[in-house]
Design a protein around this ligand. Sequence first.
Ligand SMILES: C[S@@+](CC[C@H](N)C(=O)[O-])C[C@H]1O[C@@H](n2cnc3c(N)ncnc32)[C@H](O)[C@@H]1O
Length: 253
Amino acid sequence: MADVDHHRRDWEALGELDPLYAVLSAPEAKHGAWDTGAFLATGERDAVRILDACSALGLPSSRGAAFELGCGVGRITRALAPHFERAVGVDISAAMISGARALEPPCPTCEWIVNLHPDLRAFPDGGFDLVLSFIVLQHIPDRAVISSYLREMARILAPGGALVVQVPASMPVRQRVQWRRRAYRALRTARVPEAVLYERMGLDPIRMNWLPRRDVEAALRLGGATVVSVQDGWLGDGSRTGREENLTYVATR
Ligand SMILES: C[S@@+](CC[C@H](N)C(=O)[O-])C[C@H]1O[C@@H](n2cnc3c(N)ncnc32)[C@H](O)[C@@H]1O
């Protein structure tokens, strides 16, 4: 429970301190240095990759509603919106959702929602033709919670819909130490303010987790979806960082 609370507060703080870098951590873009146009262009490219990967599999069968879990400031959601009647971006961080609402130009068919539940109870069974999540589940501390979100994503997927989700399948032992995050947590316990840790000491709370492929497939199956394709990296763009083995799954029901 403490982990869940820390997790929510950490993303709240990151959403206030440096939202674009927290979403996409290009080293040169730290401390507010992302150019907004360049940042949004990465979302356009990811949206095209997602839609192309789905189209190659004949998915989704209709383009009513899209859903992104962990949308951040809406980098991908807003790029997908023109391809659907509506697009729903959901995040645990109210600061990220405020950022999504504030980004220009506004997205008239986007809905931005804060979800603090460890599930997607606010969303109906089969309500979405595209359900997606990128660079999100890897940051969730508890693997049981990752599995539960995967089940929930499958539950809200419409028949003939496409579920696209990226999750690292493993991580080398040396990478699991995450000293930067541990130092951040210890100093937060000593009440050092987040801004001091992040801006002056270069520490951040970002956690990296993973879920083996068999567990991802089992969770999606429990939610009623079947995996139809598994690709390396972020949809085959070769972005294995050398640290974790990223996989992107496409499933349908
Ligand atoms: C690295 S960012 C990626 C944002 C977005 N997916 C993108 O690619 O532009 C991770 C996002 O996941 C959100 N997040 C983390 N845990 C979450 C949860 N349990 N439910 C919803 N959002 C979550 C964070 O607040 C953050 O905005």
